[in-house]
Design a protein around this ligand. Structure first.
Ligand code: ARG
Length: 584
């Protein structure tokens, strides 16, 4: 009995199944079905199969053409070139399959087969320091990956590994003990004040630290007090953390991003584990003592003079650093949280650190076939001049200013087009469009690559921008409102215009795209898909009147395509953490 395609199946899948059924000797071989310019799809799988079966690819392809029987699905199938198959679908199959998609809340996006638990390490700024554009990237990419993975059924746990520990706190805390009124309690300040307070304390303490040897010594002793859990020291340290969090949250809020307090688990959280981590490493022989320090060596990691570069777990003076906290974090995430995947969204410049940390954890068995780790090292954000993004004066750009400017520029764009929006609405949309533009520009570049931060380009209405997609969405919503009583209804019996077919076949690919983006940690595949969807919609809109179509049935069918496009755009953008306003 022929299998009944499930409602959520794609036409792509249905064609692939029909091809396999027509050629029993193909077994489970992939027909390599791709969208094509010549026909709807081209299947290239006969070439590899012929090699395997020692047959002739054109003959095999001919067999498929003779053996296939799916008249409701396939309108035309022909052999071409060395043994490709060009396949044209019936209009009916496209609309029927999309109708199944439309009935599904998830728009046909499949759940991953072996979903596990992924701990995502992202959005990890440092206490008492300004956030920079690198932290922006980590937050934006991590947040999108999290939505994408969750949607495919993966459980995700966020870990914001903030820099809240280390020797610099000795200086800061000691200064505050000696100048107790310099930092107001964090409750009555906003993010901007919080950061400027921290900056002031940082600068002032630094000045004393550099000028006064005795203070330096007191600061050093303060580090020891901090690491050994002295109560007064910890209380003051907490004030720095709290004040910084006020600032972090103000930036995350501007970014329209939800960060959970219980997932802010910084370096300090692993303080109690570090001694044990070191002991386990040393006892197992994975780490060795070298000039008093506890280190791990690697055959393939050497410095300039060809001497091995070790990972330092514990310094000769007994102090633990970044590596010890990361190794402890792996123990906690793999063994405590029982994660199956550890994903790090961290600047590519830290990739050597992670290479060494992961390799060490593998030697210890903390990472293995069941628990894997991956560092999504992202590239640098560049200015228009192609150099790392700085202000004209060469200073790092304040994130809040950057986000405010994006919102402002976007508001100008919205105002120009706005017909029936109030000033308040313009500002609100401006923020959604502006922040969306920043996120989209970041996400649409493959994460490992550098990209130029160019606000003009980002908020442009034309080209591969979120604004273009948001306008396409708002336009569809406006058509659906204007349709009034007439609703979207799939009409599989109607013939489709070329622009309708192209739009329909692209809608068909949403589920596969999301699955691929999740499997490869590649949000840029979603942006590329959405941009193409919006472009195909624009062509459809230009060529196919919707509300003024020829017959009532055609109006319904086109509204159906509009509605499914809007839902797909909305869902896709939500997966990226970007809003789609109903009106623009
Ligand atoms: N706070 C660090 C920085 O700003 C990034 C932390 C990355 N995560 C980690 N587990 N090491 O550079």
């Amino acid at each position: 009995m022929a299998s009944v395609p499930s409602l959520a199946a794609t036409v792509h899948q249905r064609v692939a199944d029909a091809l396999s059924a027509a050629l029993p000797e193909a077994g489970a071989a992939d027909p390599l079905l791709r969208r094509s310019d010549r026909a709807d799809f081209q299947a290239n799988g006969m070439l590899a199969l012929a090699k395997k079966l020692k047959g002739n690819p054109r003959e095999l392809a001919g067999k498929v053409v003779d053996g296939i029987s799916a008249p409701e699905l396939i309108k035309e199938i022909e052999v071409s070139g060395p043994g490709f198959l060009n396949i044209t679908l019936t209009d009916e199959a496209i609309v029927r399959t999309l109708a199944g998609r439309a009935a599904d809340d998830r728009l046909g996006v499949p759940y991953a087969e072996n979903a596990g638990t992924t701990v995502i390490d992202y959005a990890q700024p440092n206490v008492a320091k300004e956030m920079h554009v690198g932290h922006l990237r980590s937050a934006v990419i991590g947040d999108a990956l999290r939505h994408i993975l969750e949607f495919t059924g993966e459980k995700t746990i966020g870990r914001h590994h903030i820099g809240d520990w280390g020797t610099q706190f000795g200086m800061l805390i000691q200064y505050l003990i000696e100048h107790p009124d310099e930092l107001a309690p964090a409750t009555d300040v906003d993010g901007e004040q919080a950061m400027s307070n921290l900056n002031r304390v940082y600068k002032a303490s630094r000045a004393v630290f550099d000028a006064d040897e005795e203070f330096k010594e007191r600061a050093r002793r303060r580090v020891v007090a901090l690491q050994s859990g002295d109560k007064e020291t910890l209380e003051i340290w907490q004030r720095f953390v709290d004040e910084s969090k006020v600032y972090f949250y103000s930036v995350f809020e501007k970014l329209d991003m939800e960060i959970r307090d219980d997932e802010i688990v910084g370096e300090s959280a692993y303080n109690d584990m570090m001694a044990e981590t070191a002991r386990l490493l040393e006892e197992s022989g994975v780490a060795v003592r070298s000039e008093g320090a506890l280190v791990v060596f690697f055959d393939d990691i050497k410095g300039k003079d060809d001497r091995p570069v070790p990972l330092i777990v514990q310094k000769a003076d007994g102090g633990f650093g970044y590596a010890a906290s990361d190794l402890s974090a792996i123990r906690d995430r793999a063994l405590g949280l029982k994660a199956t995947n550890l994903l790090y969204v961290v600047d590519v410049r830290q990739s050597l650190h992670f290479k060494m940390v992961f390799e060490t954890a593998r030697r210890m068995g903390w990472l293995n076939e069941r628990v894997t780790a991956h560092n999504m090292g992202y590239g640098t954000v560049l200015g228009a001049d192609g150099k790392p993004f700085k202000t004209r004066a060469g200073e790092t750009v304040r994130l809040e200013d950057l986000l405010d400017e994006a919102a402002q520029r976007a508001a100008e764009v919205v105002r120009e087009k706005a017909r029936d929006l109030t000033e308040e609405e313009i500002q609100e949309r401006g923020a959604q469009v502006g922040i969306g533009a920043v996120k989209y520009a970041d996400l649409s570049t493959s994460p490992s690559r550098d990209y130029k931060f160019d606000l003009d380009q980002m908020v442009s209405l034309n080209g591969d921008t979120s604004v273009y997609i948001q306008y396409a969405y708002a336009r569809i919503r406006s058509i659906l409102r204007k349709a009034g009583e007439t609703g979207p209804v799939a009409r599989p019996e109607l013939p489709l215009a070329p622009a309708e077919r192209a739009l329909g076949l692209h809608l068909d690919a949403f589920g596969d795209t999301v699955a691929e983006a999740a499997g490869e940690y590649a949000p840029h595949k979603v942006t590329a898909y959405l941009y193409q969807l919006a472009s195909l919609y624009t062509t459809f809109y230009d060529q196919c009147p919707v509300l003024k179509a020829e017959t009532p049935a055609q109006v319904e069918n086109r509204l159906f395509l509009c509605d499914l496009t809007a839902r797909t755009l909305h869902r896709g953008m939500a997966l990226l953490g970007i809003r789609t306003p109903e009106r623009l």
